[in-house]
Design a protein around this ligand. Structure first.
Ligand SMILES: CSC[C@@H](O)[C@@H](O)C(=O)COP(=O)(O)O
Ligand SMILES: [Zn+2]
Length: 263
């Protein structure tokens, strides 16, 4: 029987090194998860038209400093697992690029790493995140327009807030750590930073927002989208979904003349 491959090929795709084929047999391999979740997020309108993206740190693998990043400017829902850039923290040493993969499996152009890479790295280094999701969700964009003159989005007294983590700075470890979940009546605060022409130039303001708001798991980028991170890709996915739900609800509340803050 031919070897099967989770990258949706029944046989080894022509030219794919056997070692990579073996890795991609695991449906939970970070490269497969990025492909799977990009397709899911595309259907939510979160990563259409090449916008948005996902990066995963291999927290369950033998080397948790290995990070998978998709290439730049590609249709995110069509990425294949061998098209990832693989880098090692903390120096961002490049271990593999899609430019190393046989040409019959890749596009003819020279691949570049996602423009979001430095922002993903900020989430890994400042928050020890296991994954980071960037979407161009219209709910994220719209809320930043409704809060045009404000530097934070706030909402409270909604059940879905309980899906988000309670984070606290631990002076002993010097890290922000999860110490449970928020209560439904508590206030979720997400900082908003202003967009800039080039994604990489968002790093300074994203890092400032992360430091200024140790309780946050996300940063909104005005007229652009949102960055959300978590301890693992599955936590990041849940936080992203819960936040997007709350953003959509807050937009509807504002339109109906209801303040998302009750008190
Ligand atoms: C539609 S272009 C969007 C990009 O500028 C950027 O904001 C983005 O989200 C994706 O960047 P990419 O380099 O393709 O991973
Ligand atoms: Zn973007």
């Amino acid at each position: 029987m031919s070897p099967t491959c989770n990258c949706s090929h029944d046989t080894i795709p022509n030219g794919l090194p056997r070692e990579l084929h073996e890795q991609f047999k695991d449906p939970n391999h970070p490269a497969n998860l990025i492909c799977e979740l990009c397709r899911l997020f595309y259907d939510n309108n979160w990563v259409t038209g090449t916008g948005g993206g996902i990066s995963i740190r291999d927290v369950e693998g033998p080397n948790p400093n290995i990070v998978y990043i998709a290439p730049s400017g590609v249709q995110k829902e069509r990425i294949q697992p061998w098209e990832m850039f693989v880098v090692e923290l903390p120096d961002e040493k490049i271990l593999r690029t899609p430019n190393d993969i046989p040409k019959e499996l890749t596009k003819s152009y020279k691949y570049k790493q996602s423009a979001c890479t430095p922002l993903f790295i900020s989430c890994y280094t400042l928050r020890d995140a296991g994954a980071c999701i960037h979407t161009h969700s219209q709910n994220a964009v719209m809320i930043t327009l409704l809060y045009e003159d404000q530097s934070v989005f706030k909402i409270n007294h909604i059940e879905q807030i309980k899906a988000l983590p309670r984070l606290e700075y631990n002076s002993k470890s010097g890290k922000v750590e999860k110490i449970g979940s928020l209560e439904n009546f508590e206030t979720l605060i997400i900082p908003i930073i202003d967009n800039v022409p080039h994604e990489e130039d968002l790093v300074e303001s994203l890092e400032k927002a992360i430091k200024d708001y140790p309780g946050t798991s996300a940063v909104l980028v005005r007229r652009h989208g949102i960055y959300v991170w978590g301890e693992t890709i599955w936590k990041a996915k849940v936080y992203n979904e819960a936040i997007d739900y709350l953003l959509e609800l807050a937009i509807k509340m504002k339109i109906a003349g209801i303040n998302p803050i009750k008190d």
